[in-house]
Design a protein around this ligand. Structure first.
Ligand code: ACM
Ligand code: ZN
Length: 663
C-alpha cells in the first residue's frame, strides 16, 4: 500500500474527474478493467459492432471455435447481434470483425496471457492458445458498454456497441485465482453454481474450490454408498438460527438439504472447464464429516471398553476412525468415485479442525498408534493423511489440505491451503501453497461495521482484502514459486441463498481477482476503487447482487516504531482529505503484528484547535471492536490545516501495524 501522502495527488485527480482511468490520454477515453491489465494503452477512436460481423478463429486451433462461440453467444444474448463464427485458414484475408489467433502471440505471456488490439477496423486477440484467448475475451466484454453483460436483450434503445481503441498486453501474476463455495452448510442449486462460475470467468478466475461436504450435509452422490445422500444430504431444519423462509432447499417431507447427482457434477465441471476454470473438489476428512457418520456410523470410532468404574469418557463422534482398516477402504472407494468426476489434478481433503478426542479413547485408534509407533493423535492424523495421499498419488492426483495437515508432519507431496498459517514454512520446505488466510480472504466475514446481516467472523472490508499480499513476508525468493496464488472463501453458515452468496462475494472477489492477476507493483487502492465504480455497472447488468460500494481512503498508518505500551497521541495530516463540512468516519484497521492497538479517543483539529472528539474505547486487532471514530466538521475552512489525532497504545509490546481509513 502507498502511504497517505502519495495518495493525495491521485485523490485530487479522482475527485475532479470522478474516476481515475488506466492508460487515459487526452485523446483516448477512459478504460476501467478488473483485474487491472499489466499494460494498457488507450488510443483515440473506437470500433463499433454491427450485425454482419464475423468472429474469425484460426483454423485448427484447439478449442478456438468454442471460445469464438462463447464470445458470439455473450454478445448476442444482450445485443441481439447474430455473429457468425468462422474458421480462417492461413493466407485467407482477415474480414473486418474479431480475429482470434495464435499468430504472432507472445509465449512469454504464458498460456493465460494475451495481446489485445482494438482499432477502428476491428479486434485482434493473440494468445498461445484458447485459454489465453478466453481471458482476453473477458477484457473485450469489459471494454463494451456494461449492458453487454445482461443475460437477455433489453427492450428499448440500446447503447452504441462500441469498443474503445486500446492495446493491452496482459498475463496473470499467479495461476491459482480462486473462490471457495461451501455447499454443505447451505445448498446451492446446480443452476446457481453455473451462474457463480460465469461471474468468476468475467474476473479471469481460474479455480473453483468446491467444499462439497461437511458436518451439516453430504452433497455428492456416491453410488457405492447411497445412504451418504439418502441420509447425509438432509437435516430437520435450515439450522444456524436462520429464518426457514430464506431458502427453498427443502424436500417433499420438509427436510432441508439437497445433493448433486454425478451427472450434475459432470455438467458443473464441464461448464467450468469451458470457461477455463478448474473445479477442485474438497472431500473433508478426517473431521468435519458428521453428515457421513450419520449415514455410516461404522466410520466413527468405537467407544472405550468398560472398566471396573463403568463406562469411561465418551467424547463426541465427529471424526473418521483412523484405527479401522474399513475406514480407509470406504474413503478410498468414495475417492475412486470422486476422481473420475473431476479432471482436476488436485483433490482437497480438508484436514482442518479435526476433533481428536474420540481417537484418544478408541481402542482401534490406540492400537494403530501403538502398531505404527505414533507418539500422539497429531501423528495419527498425519498417518491418516499420508495414507490418503498415497492412494491419491497412485491415481495420479495430488493431495491438498488446510493448514492443520502440517500437524504431526505434512505428507510428502501435499499441497497446503493456508488459512491459519503454515504457508511460509511449507513453501520453504518445497510444498506448493495457496494463500487464503482468515485475515484477508474470508469473504463470509462482515464487510461493513453497520447494517449488515448477521454473519460469522470479524470485520473484513473490501479495502482490507485489497491490501493482501500472497507472498508471505520473509519468504526467500527461491521459494516464492511455491506460492501458487490466492483464494477467497465463502463459508456458508450464514449464507443460505444465492443472492446472499453473491452479496458476500462481490465486490470483495474483485479484489481477490486483482490480487491474483495483476502485478503487485501496480496495486493502488484509489485506482482500484475508481475502476470498481465503473465495474459496478457491469455487475448490475450481469445481475450480480453485490454489496453497494463505499468510498473510503487511507489517510495514514501506524507502525511499530511509533508504538508504546502507554497511551500516546499519534497524528495524521488529513488536510487533503477533509474538503467539506460533514461527518467523517475514521476506522483503524489492524494489518499485522503480535500486538493489538487500543484506542482511547480520536479528535479532529483545525489549525491546532480541537473541533470534534469521539472518546470511546476501541481495539484494532484481528477481531476488531469499536474501531470507528466519527468526527464532525461544521464549517470547512479551505485555508486551514486539519489534523487527526488519536490516543493509542499497543498491548504487550510494540509490534502493531495498520492503516487509518476515512469514509
Ligand atoms: C477453515 O476455515 N476451517 C478451513
Ligand atoms: Zn478410532
Amino acid at each position: 500500500m502507498k502511504t497517505a501522502s502519495v495518495y493525495v495527488s491521485t485523490i485530487l485527480i479522482g475527485l475532479a474527474s470522478g474516476l481515475v482511468a488506466q492508460g487515459e490520454t487526452p485523446q483516448a477515453p477512459a478504460v476501467y478493467i478488473i483485474p487491472r491489465p499489466v499494460h494498457l494503452e488507450a488510443r483515440p477512436g473506437s470500433f463499433t459492432l454491427t450485425q454482419e460481423m464475423p468472429i474469425a478463429v484460426e483454423k485448427g486451433l484447439t478449442d478456438g471455435l468454442r471460445v469464438g462461440r462463447y464470445l458470439a453467444d455473450a454478445i448476442g444474448r444482450s445485443t441481439g447481434l447474430t455473429w457468425k463464427v468462422i474458421e480462417l485458414g492461413s493466407g485467407n484475408p482477415v474480414p473486418a470483425g474479431v480475429l482470434l489467433t495464435t499468430q504472432a502471440a507472445r509465449p512469454e505471456l504464458g498460456n493465460e496471457g494475451y495481446v489485445l488490439e482494438v482499432t477502428p477496423a476491428g479486434i485482434v486477440l493473440r494468445a498461445t492458445g484458447a485459454k489465453g484467448l478466453f481471458r482476453g475475451v473477458q477484457t473485450v466484454l469489459q471494454l463494451l458498454p456494461p449492458a453487454v453483460l445482461a443475460q437477455s436483450k433489453a427492450d428499448g434503445a440500446a447503447p452504441p456497441w462500441a469498443v474503445p481503441c486500446v492495446r493491452i498486453e496482459d498475463k496473470p501474476r499467479f495461476g491459482w485465482r480462486g473462490l471457495m463455495v461451501d455447499t454443505s452448510r447451505h445448498f446451492f442449486t446446480k443452476q446457481e453454481l453455473l451462474d457463480f462460475i460465469d461471474v468468476m470467468a468475467l474476473h479471469k478466475m481460474s479455480t473453483l474450490h468446491w467444499h462439497i461436504n461437511d458436518d451439516q450435509g453430504w452433497r455428492l452422490e456416491i453410488r457405492k454408498y447411497p445412504k451418504l445422500t439418502e441420509i447425509g444430504a438432509w437435516r430437520d431444519g435450515i439450522g444456524f438460527d436462520l429464518d426457514p423462509k430464506c431458502s427453498t432447499a427443502y424436500d417433499e417431507k420438509g427436510r432441508y438439504g439437497g445433493f448433486y447427482t454425478q451427472a450434475d457434477v459432470k455438467e458443473i465441471v464441464q461448464y467450468a472447464a469451458d470457461r477455463f476454470i478448474t473445479v477442485v473438489p474438497e472431500i473433508e476428512m478426517p473431521g468435519h464429516c458428521v453428515a457421513s457418520l450419520q449415514a455410516y456410523p461404522e466410520l466413527a470410532c468405537d467407544d472405550p471398553p468398560s472398566t471396573a468404574e463403568g463406562q469411561g469418557e465418551r467424547p463426541p463422534k465427529v471424526a473418521y476412525c483412523p484405527g479401522k482398516e474399513s475406514t480407509f477402504q470406504i474413503l478410498q472407494d468414495i475417492l475412486d468415485e470422486v476422481i473420475p468426476l473431476f479432471p482436476s489434478e488436485i483433490v482437497h481433503i480438508g484436514g482442518d479442525e479435526c476433533n481428536k478426542d474420540a481417537w484418544r479413547v478408541c481402542p482401534h485408534c490406540q492400537a494403530r498408534m501403538k502398531a505404527e509407533n505414533l507418539k500422539n493423535e497429531e501423528e495419527l492424523q498425519s498417518y491418516f493423511i499420508r495414507r490418503i495421499e498415497k492412494h491419491l498419488n497412485a491415481k495420479g492426483r495430488r493431495l491438498m489440505g488446510w493448514s492443520e495437515i502440517r500437524q504431526g508432519g505434512i505428507a510428502p507431496n501435499a499441497m497446503l491451503m493456508d488459512w491459519i498459517g503454515g504457508g511460509l514454512e511449507s513453501a520453504r520446505s518445497g510444498h506448493d501453497v495457496v494463500m487464503s488466510p482468515t485475515t484477508h480472504c474470508y469473504l463470509d466475514y462482515h464487510q461493513a461495521l453497520h447494517g449488515e446481516f448477521r454473519l460469522v467472523g470479524p470485520y473484513l472490508p473490501l479495502h482490507k482484502v485489497y491490501t493482501f499480499e500472497p507472498i508471505p513476508a520473509g519468504l526467500e525468493p527461491q521459494f516464492t514459486k511455491h506460492i501458487l496464488g490466492v483464494q477467497g472463501n465463502l463459508w456458508a453458515e450464514s449464507i443460505a441463498n444465492y443472492p446472499r452468496l453473491q452479496y458476500q462475494a462481490y465486490p470483495r472477489a474483485c479484489a481477490i481477482a486483482e490480487i491474483g492477476w495483476s502485478p503487485a507493483e501496480g496495486r493502488d487502492w484509489m485506482d482500484f476503487q475508481s475502476r470498481l465504480q465503473a465495474h459496478a455497472a457491469r455487475l448490475t447488468a450481469r445481475g450480480v447482487n453485490y454489496r453497494p460500494l463505499d468510498t473510503v481512503m487511507p489517510v495514514g498508518t501506524w507502525k511499530p516504531d511509533q508504538m508504546s505500551e502507554q497511551f500516546k497521541v499519534l497524528e495524521w495530516d488529513v488536510t487533503p482529505f477533509v474538503r467539506e463540512a460533514r461527518k467523517y468516519a475514521f476506522e483503524f484497521i489492524f494489518e499485522e503484528g503480535a500486538c493489538r492497538l487500543d484506542i482511547e479517543w480520536a479528535a479532529l483539529f483545525e489549525n491546532d484547535k480541537e473541533i470534534s472528539r469521539d472518546a470511546h474505547p476501541g481495539t484494532a486487532t484481528r477481531g476488531p471492536r469499536d474501531i470507528e471514530y466519527v468526527l464532525t466538521l461544521e464549517k470547512h475552512d479551505p485555508d486551514a490545516k486539519y489534523i487527526l489525532r488519536a490516543s493509542v497504545r499497543s498491548d504487550g509490546g510494540t509490534d502493531s501495524r495498520g492503516t487509518v481509513w476515512m469514509r
